[in-house]
Design a protein around this ligand. Structure first.
Ligand code: GLY
Ligand code: MN
Ligand code: MN
Length: 441
């Protein structure tokens, strides 16, 4: 794998250099300067929050643990890495630069964060400096020019071959751990112990994961971002929603599966229907599909399932038009993914910025762009039995067309979400998640 990534990296770097040139031209600067960032301290404490590197930094290098370091891109020149290896006996000092990317950079090692100044372009006013405020060194405060960021964020949606390789590995790592978690569920483990099984298999610390694991048994599956991890197993674990990913050199996977215990055949039937629908949505991750349209299409299909399985008596069309489908599917179909689990640029109109609005009545959708080859998105439909939303529905006229006995009976299972990471191709989608599950089986 490393050999393949090494082969693909020069082209990736050349792509970022071209994008950097365009962003600088648009914003009117001469140098693109990217700060890795600095850890932030907890209030009144000498304890830092976990360090999260500037995603722009890890776009250029497979390096996520280099606080105080900088990248400088100047059109026509070799990229420069200013790399902080402090004199420090309290903490682990970042390793000396090593690997396939090193030969492509001019590297300056510094021992103190303030020394970066001597290696940054002389005229700070000509620098587009991308980073958080606390990364500043004397005279070089991040200015994050909007025109530069819009341009970079727009293009970030199009993954290079190198990035697709990174994302495939992130999916493989996540799937390996999902299989361990499913086994723990089948063995009757608690949420806490399922999470431990996941962490052991993914071999990443919780801080390294792209987001906090969602490990939800029974009705906890109705909490979209449930993160409590009960220590004790329930008397009967009938259903299990797991939404958990993995990181590979800063690239994320985001995977959700829902399982039913053997005795919960009625819930398995609903999972199977959502699973079939999800595969249909994945098939539409094709050049020219508008993601917002796909989200609305998903509402119609899911409402059809609710009707077929006897949860609602109205037509699917009426369920979507009245907002009933949104009671059972109250989040977006998915989002761009890459260097961040919810990657940037999902609403952008074009390279210069702008916003493509969400369809009315769909406030949580995170992507409205039209799909093109090299974009990677999640497809994560769900159906849930959420007490709060069902109580609101009960007070509406549509309540008369809800089969409440059936709905109430299903509250014990919480909900269903099935989430894959999918790369848009020229003619067929590449399902990174299902390919990884197939390879692992
Ligand atoms: N894991 C968060 C999400 O699926 O978007
Ligand atoms: Mn997701
Ligand atoms: Mn997820």
């Amino acid at each position: 794998m490393t050999d393949l990534l090494a082969k693909l990296y020069p082209d990736h770097l050349a792509t970022l250099q071209r994008r950097g040139d365009t962003a600088l031209a648009r914003a009117g600067f001469d140098h693109l300067v990217i700060a890795a960032g600095q850890p932030r301290m907890q209030f009144l404490d000498d304890r830092p929050y976990p360090f999260a590197v500037n995603p722009h930094f890890k776009h250029w290098l497979p390096v996520t643990r280099a606080p105080g370091s900088w990248i400088v891109h100047t059109p026509g020149q070799r990229p420069k890495l200013i790399y902080l290896q402090p004199h420090d006996y309290w903490h682990v000092v970042p390793e000396a630069p090593a690997g396939y990317w090193v030969e492509h950079f001019d590297i300056a090692i510094i021992r103190d964060a303030a020394e970066a100044k001597a290696h940054l372009p002389k005229d700070a006013a000509r620098c587009a400096i991308i980073g958080e405020d606390n990364a500043a060194v004397d005279g070089y405060a991040p200015n994050n020019p909007e025109k530069a960021l819009n341009c970079l964020h727009w293009h970030r949606a199009y993954k290079t071959d190198y990035e697709l390789g990174m994302l495939r590995v992130a999916s493989k790592l996540g799937v390996r751990a999902h299989r361990a978690a499913e086994a723990a569920f089948r063995n009757g483990a608690s949420e806490y112990d399922i999470n431990t099984a996941y962490l052991n298999a993914v071999h990443e610390t919780e801080n390294e994961l792209p987001y906090t694991n969602i490990i939800a048994l029974n009705q906890h599956g109705a909490v979209l971002h449930y993160t409590d991890l009960n220590r004790a197993p329930p008397a009967h674990a009938n259903s299990f929603v797991i939404d958990a990913g993995a990181s590979f050199h800063g690239y994320a996977s985001d995977i959700t599966r829902t399982y039913a215990a053997k005795q919960a055949g009625e819930f398995q039937a609903l999972i199977d229907a959502v699973d079939a629908a999800q595969k249909g949505f994945v098939e539409k991750v094709q050049k020219g599909t508008n993601y917002a349209d796909l989200h609305v299409h998903a509402h119609h299909v899911l409402a059809g399932i609710l009707r077929e399985q006897g949860f609602i008596r109205m037509s699917a069309e009426a369920a979507v038009a009245s907002g009933v489908s949104g009671v059972f599917f109250p989040h977006g179909l998915g989002h761009p993914i890459g260097l961040q689990v919810h990657d940037v640029g999902g609403f952008q109109k074009d390279e210069s910025g702008g916003t493509i609005p969400r369809p009315a009545g769909h406030p949580y959708l995170r992507m409205t762009r039209t799909l093109e080859p090299r974009m990677v998105v999640t497809i994560e439909p769900g159906l849930y039995f959420i007490d709060m939303l069902l109580a609101e529905l009960k007070a509406r006229p549509e309540a008369a067309d809800i089969a409440w006995d059936k709905v109430d009976h299903f509250r014990q299972y919480g909900g269903i979400r099935i989430e894959d990471d999918v790369a848009c191709g020229e003619t067929t989608p590449e399902n990174l998640t299902r390919d990884a599950f197939a390879a692992a089986a």
